[in-house]
Design a protein around this ligand. Structure first.
Ligand SMILES: NC(=O)c1ccc[n+]([C@@H]2O[C@H](COP(=O)([O-])OP(=O)(O)OC[C@H]3O[C@@H](n4cnc5c(N)ncnc54)[C@H](OP(=O)(O)O)[C@@H]3O)[C@@H](O)[C@H]2O)c1
Length: 239
């Protein structure tokens, strides 16, 4: 099995790589990082420095990794520091700002579309392929009960729409492939760190836990399940 984990240096990306190393020791793992390659994972991993928002960078990645069975995109964005100013998800529409909205789309939606474009051929060759992206339950339109977080929700809803649309196109051309959106559950990473205080006890997963939960889901995916949104526990989520 040949696996490409995009943003394999992030919290959930590393958790997933560790789970694959443990449960599929024969898997050939390639992974991407943008800023810093993790120092303490297996030396057998092939690392590629990639800016997943950059078309040329993804084109280059695809020319380096020409055979894959699974491509899992674990990149994402929720908040940023501008100088000393924390810029996080909007509590109210009064906090909405175009630059922050566009950053969400750029990091949460665009990379998966570019990856689909440039890895279409490689994935078509796989006898049992998976193309998945780590989305978020808050991107579900039907499940939206609390409101807020306009930019993040909209960027993940757009990601979900992109994946659903791709699953329809590839159902015809990539018959051995499953396209899926994944919700990882709240996981203790830099991305969720500022928002963890109200997480109920036992509901904040370590990245290693999430890695195993997502791998449980991935192992169950078949082409018949293409075009679905799965939670970490295998539950199907509404779009
Ligand atoms: N943690 C949670 O509770 C939670 C809940 C629901 C959904 N999610 C989703 O899970 C995914 C993973 O998040 P995480 O919790 O693992 O966060 P994280 O530890 O902050 O990891 C985010 C990853 O995205 C990468 N990234 C961002 N922009 C990039 C770009 N332009 N090019 C390449 N890589 C880029 C980062 O790379 P660098 O560090 O190199 O910049 C990092 O590897 C995200 O899509 C997030 O929305 C997380």
């Amino acid at each position: 099995m040949k696996v490409l984990i995009c943003a394999g240096n992030g919290g959930i990306g590393q958790g997933l790589i560790k789970a694959i190393l443990e449960r599929h020791p024969d898997a050939e793992i390639s992974a991407t990082y943008r800023k810093q390659k993790p120092a303490d994972l297996s030396p057998a991993i092939h690392w590629f420095q990639t800016d997943l928002t950059d078309q040329k960078s993804i084109e280059q990645l695809a020319s380096n990794v020409s055979q894959i069975d699974w491509l899992i995109n674990c990149a994402g964005f929720l908040h940023q520091l501008n100088g000393d100013t924390f810029h996080g998800p909007e509590k109210s529409i009064r906090q909405f700002e175009p630059d922050f909205f566009l950053s969400n789309i750029q990091h949460n939606t665009l990379p998966t579309l570019l990856l689909a474009r440039y890895f279409s051929y490689a994935l078509k060759q796989s006898p049992r392929g998976i193309f998945a992206a780590v989305s978020a339950k808050v991107g579900s339109i039907e499940d939206n009960r609390l409101g807020g977080w306009y930019s993040y929700r909209a960027s993940k809803a757009a990601l979900n729409m992109a994946l659903k649309t791709l699953s329809i196109e590839w159902q015809r051309s990539h018959k051995n492939l499953c396209v899926s959106a994944l919700h990882p559950g709240t996981t203790d990473t830099g991305l969720s760190e500022p928002f963890q205080k109200n997480v109920p006890e036992g509901k904040l997963f370590t990245p290693e836990q999430t890695g195993h939960y997502l791998l449980d889901v991935l192992e169950q995916l078949t082409p018949e399940k293409t075009g679905s949104f799965f939670s970490w526990n295998g539950e199907t989520l509404p779009w």
